[in-house]
Design a protein around this ligand. Structure first.
Ligand SMILES: *Cc1c(COP(=O)(O)O)cnc(C)c1O
Length: 378
């Protein structure tokens, strides 16, 4: 049967590997029978959602027999007020993940080339593959940062779009305001007579915005109609389980996204929670602060242990575990009840990515890391 099915699947879809998601706590509990398990794997905010969001969800529970508002009116209004842009420039989706796919479906033809950075978010390559376009992968600068100069150079007549992750997942590095400005300017025209689209993924905007020279993508929208900026409620806002993200673009682009997206892609509870979350600045501040102090603790401890890591502008840290392979370290950590992420699908085989957790979680990670490294060195 499998052979027959494979024949009728679109060839682009046959090559897909299953997505490796961070392991849920309950799954590991079942598998290992461990009592204490922490998940610091998927860059969620360990403080959880805003209390106001939880209340909004409860208040809307008895409305879930209704379809959600297809126009996402209240959320767009709240985003418009928060970011001082007209609602006509704003779109939403079921997480940044769906936004990536919506953009790919809207723009990518098989003959198009899409420029991506090596070691950037795996979902871009998957979207390109889904549409049967060609991904052009550009090596990073100094190993871990988007090389925007090289990415602009990689653009040619066939280039439809460029994905830029700022800050990048999984390396945590960011490109400066000056770098982004030069990049947008340097992009050459393609065969359509326009600059390639720039999909600027700012999933960790709130964390990175603490850095002085980190650019706010929205400031570049006015002069760059080819720019699409998107963000998410999954990270600092603590709503990953609800699936809601948002983006900003030229109003013609937004109009096409609106026409092609599934009409009810952002569910009723997600809309209600997002509207109040965007206004809860205190909660965002707490999340930012927790990540900052958590990173400082991790850096200090890793330095003491002479374990290499990459400085991160986000709420996770890429850690070098070269005494072990990343995957083996990941497995050893699982046995200790700590869920992190191995980086094999990012071709970072000696590294793992650790989400900055609560102080006790960070401490547990360091303790277990010491134990595993000692054992490996014996
Ligand atoms: C987490 C993340 C997203 C979006 O995640 P959603 O949960 O789908 O909103 C997008 N891009 C990057 C780089 C991410 O790390």
């Amino acid at each position: 049967m499998k052979d027959k099915i494979t024949k009728i699947i679109r060839p682009n879809c046959c090559g897909f590997e299953p997505y490796v998601a961070g392991k849920p706590v309950e799954t590991l509990k079942r598998e290992l029978g461990l009592k204490k398990i922490i998940k610091i794997a998927s860059n969620e905010n360990p403080l959880g959602p805003s209390k106001k969001a939880v209340k909004a969800i409860k208040d809307n529970l008895d409305k879930i027999f209704f379809y959600p508002d297809s126009n996402v009116f209240e959320l767009k209004k709240a985003l418009s007020e928060r970011y001082r842009l007209p609602t006509g420039n704003i779109f939403t989706g079921a997480g940044g993940d769906e936004i990536i796919e919506l953009l790919a479906k809207l723009f990518f033809n098989p003959e198009d080339e899409i420029v991506i950075s090596k070691h950037s978010f795996v979902r871009y390559g998957m979207a390109v593959q889904l549409m049967g376009s060609k991904a052009v992968v550009v090596p990073m600068k100094n190993g871990f940062t988007h090389d925007l100069k090289a990415m602009a150079k990689a653009c040619n007549k066939k280039t439809k779009a460029v994905f830029v992750t700022n800050p990048n997942n999984p390396t945590g590095t960011y490109n400066t305001k000056a770098e982004l400005a030069v990049f947008l300017k340097e992009l050459p025209l393609n065969k359509y007579g326009v600059k390639p689209l720039v999909f600027l993924d700012e999933a960790y905007f709130e964390y990175a915005s603490l850095k002085k020279d980190y650019p706010d993508g929205l400031e570049f929208l006015k002069d760059n109609p080819n720019l699409i900026v998107f963000r998410t409620f999954s990270k600092v806002y603590g709503l990953a389980g609800l699936r809601v993200g948002y983006g900003f673009a030229d109003e013609c682009i937004v109009d096409y996204i609106e026409r092609t997206r599934p009409p009810f892609n952002v569910n009723i509870l997600a809309q209600a929670a997002a509207v109040v979350s965007i206004k809860d600045k205190e909660h965002v501040k707490k999340g930012q602060k927790l990540a900052k102090t958590g990173k400082e603790y991790l850096y200090k401890e890793l330095k003491k242990l002479k374990v290499k890591y990459v400085d991160s502008a986000a709420n996770f840290v890429l850690v070098n575990v070269s005494t072990l392979k990343g995957k083996d370290f990941f497995k050893a950590m699982l046995k200790e009840g700590v869920i992190i992420r191995a980086m094999d699908e990012y071709e970072l085989y000696d590294w793992v990515r650790v989400t900055v957790g609560l102080p006790a979680e960070n401490k547990m990670f360091i303790q277990k890391l010491k134990k595993i490294i000692r054992k490996a060195e014996d």
